[in-house]
Design a binder for this molecule. Sequence first.
Ligand code: ADP
Length: 481
Amino acid sequence: MTSTEPSSSVANDLSSEVSAIYLNKNESGEGSQASPESASALAPAPANNEEEKVDSASLSLMRKLTRTHLIQSKNEVEITRNDPKSPLHSVKSFEELRIPEELLKGIYEMGFQAPSKIQEHVLPVLLSNPPSNLIAQSQSGTGKTAAFLLASLCRVDERENYPQVLILSPTLELALQTGQVAKQMAKHKTSLTFRFVIRGVDLARNEKITEHVILGTPGKVMDAALRYRNFDTKKVKVFVLDEADVMIDTQGHRAQSLKIQRALSPNCQIMFFSATYDDNVMEFAEMIVSNPLVLRLKREEESLENIDQFFIECNNDFDKYRALANLFGTLTIGQVFIFCQTKKSAAWLANQLTKDGHSVGLITGDLTVEERTQIINRFREGVERVLIATNLMARGIDIEQVTVVINYDLPVDITTKDIDFETYLHRIGRTGRFGKAGLAFNMVDSPRALDMVKKLEQHYGRKIEKLDASDIEKLEELNKE
Ligand code: ADP
């Protein structure tokens, strides 16, 4: 599969793998204890809860399942090292790394041509000898997973039939997803074998794992390593902690990961990856990774340049809906994102627009990750032109072709009850890579909302122009831009 193929096929593969594992469990009839880490991501949020709760693991999974390509960064990688003697260089091509031919073939078939920004630095560090420990941080989508998979697969000696690489992910679904990528990468290295150690996979006491690479979640791997002794931790050459920031959000994962790490050989190479870099994550990193090189790629800042922003005054809900209908009627707009503050208003709007003949997707925290992924992919493929989402969902969505964003409700911070600047930027801002021009419309239905628009103008130093939604001429002008 290439990286440009629709990722829905990954979602399908993933779901068949999940069902296969559930099936496996049912057939065996052995009631393995479900680890707490695995329960969250597929379960829908409680239906009658007004404020949505979406956990970071399912947002991360959504991003992965809907992403089609690499996020390029213009920022430079910052490097901190404890040992100034440790080797440091970067590469501009995969050939320079002298990795096995079969793996090279695998990554080329995945559509990779050259290392991403973070990979340029991470790969030589991870492949150098003696192996160095690494803490790497860069935003999601910049190529971390591909980097640690490539580097760790290179370390396997396939003549030895025991686990040599141990990869921990925060949830079953994320472990499966990483496994899919690993298998794709190793497509031409058929002697490499993989084993999932996750909920639904039962291992008997003392049953020996013979596969080279274990992909698992902390609770299940801890049981397999320390309780049932399914593999020898001292023989593991590479230990990867992926999505460490999501990991520490889940109770118990920090302690379980530490226990696993303590059982490894002191020579085991440790690779620690995170999308964020706050104190909590770094504290955890320091507990788990000794003498590391720290590589950091700052996230691309979103900006409001290239975005024409408007506000439309509406007297009541009826007016608000009519203004929206006018926009739809006049603008020959491509893909549109509409944001609502609550699930209730999002559902109402979706229903209303559908009744009026528009094909609309609705995405809220009530849906399972798979359902959300399906909706995002349909939208991306153009099956639906309009996607309505609530605030929290916006965090898990990264859709580049959207050029029109409508804030049906302005984003409000739950605690201050005032405008939420960061969410506004996240909803309509673009990073340099998506340099395309965009249009943003804000529905203003109260003096309070108008005040928030003024605050946005001040805060970002950019004009938000008043628009009369019945001014056909003006709307047609926007069409041309
Ligand atoms: P992260 O782990 O940082 O979220 P991934 O490794 O999942 O990032 O990569 C994000 C996307 O970019 C994936 O679709 C992946 O296949 C693709 N990708 C990764 N590295 C490269 C590369 N060097 N060239 C092209 N695409 C890449």
